[in-house]
Write a protein that binds this ligand. Structure first.
Ligand code: FAD
Length: 308
């Protein structure tokens, strides 16, 4: 069973996001990271794709090698940006022929200097890539969700309606990172109100440096709570303390998400293992037991919505 949506139905999944290395040194670091993450036995790994198609072959190679050589269920990110429909069809067909079953269909961001505000590709929005993936194969298709609303949307309500339409055609969503459990719960509630109950996997990005936090939040539109910004600012210049704060904050968030019945945790690892392992260790997820998951799910309000 390697369709992510089936894995999520069977147990609370822990997954990791990785990016394809650009250099031999980065490739060696990634191998070391993968060796360490193997201790966690992630349920699946998703592999990023450069918005301008810059990682096309490297993403493909890492997806296929993870699945074939390491036996890890792989989810290939793919973006509309900078591609024609025919190119996307060919990339998807190649995955289908290699036995890759999971894709994350994304718009990607417009290349620098793009004038029309839309991704510079033939398909304008991720929903069109979901439809294309459905035409090409029997993929399990994931999409991105933005708890604070996508920064390009006119307002959160409009973004939610668009997301609900996109997710109703897909199998699951993975969220942009966020730091307050209520943001995730509001997203799931809003989708339920719009009639969509597909699994929404929360994306977790443990803070590892003040600069990365600021840059990633600016890029993604994710909200950084003042209390977290203050703690990180107070630890500026002390990388060990920032890492400790990052792990503590993310551990608390993950615990609350699991309590609330989130179907899994997806870690933006930035190709590093330390924070992800530390958080999973604290939460007892390193040696996960199906029975424990079943107990947690049975007690969860999200997995057992009230009958009306
Ligand atoms: P869409 O769903 O297309 O939405 C983008 C914007 O268009 C939103 O404002 C939405 O409200 C609006 N919109 C949607 N449909 C319509 C419509 N029909 N008419 C008008 N407006 C509409 N980027 C990469 O380049 N590579 C990656 O590997 C990558 N991985 C990611 C993984 C995750 C889990 C997440 C959350 C993001 C990732 N991104 C990646 C970033 C992503 O490409 C950007 O966030 C991008 O700006 C939006 O992508 P989307 O798929 O949500 O787009």
């Amino acid at each position: 069973m390697t369709r992510v949506v089936d894995l999520l139905a069977a147990r609370t999944c822990v997954s990791v996001e990785l990016w394809p290395p650009r250099t031999d040194a980065a490739a060696a670091r990634l191998e070391a990271t993968l060796d360490r993450l193997a201790e966690l036995a992630p349920d699946f790994a998703s592999i990023t794709y450069g918005a301008a198609g810059s990682t096309r072959d490297r993403t493909h190679e890492l997806v296929v090698s993870l699945q074939r050589d390491r036996g890890t269920t792989a989810m290939a990110h793919l973006v509309c940006a900078a591609h024609t429909r025919a190119e996307l069809e060919s990339i998807l067909s190649r995955y289908r022929e290699e036995g890759i079953e999971n894709v994350l269909a994304l718009r990607g961001d417009p290349p620098e200097g793009s004038s029309d505000g839309l991704a510079d590709g033939e398909l304008g929005h991720a929903i069109e890539l979901v439809e294309l993936a459905r035409d090409v194969g029997t993929f399990c298709v994931a999409v991105a969700a933005h708890p604070a609303g996508h920064p390009g949307a006119p307002d959160v309500a409009t973004d939610r309606r668009r997301l609900a339409r996109k997710l109703s055609l897909a199998d699951l969503a993975v969220t942009q990172f966020f730091y307050e459990v209520d943001e995730y719960l509001r997203l799931v509630d809003d989708l339920a109100t719009l009639g969509v109950d597909r699994p929404v996997v929360p994306g977790i990005m443990p803070v590892t440096s003040a600069r990365t936090l600021e840059r990633m939040a600016a890029l993604s539109g994710a909200r950084v709570p003042d209390a977290l910004a203050d703690r990180v600012a107070a630890a500026r210049g002390d990388p060990d303390e920032i890492a400790r704060v990052g792990v503590a904050v993310a551990t608390e968030l993950c615990g609350a998400l699991l309590e609330a019945g989130a179907p899994g945790l997806h870690f933006y690892t930035m190709n590093q293992f330390a924070a992800t392992l530390a958080i999973c260790d604290s939460l007892g997820l390193a040696g996960r037991r199906e029975g424990a998951d079943a107990d947690r799910r049975a007690a969860s309000p999200l997995m057992n919505p009230p009958v009306v």
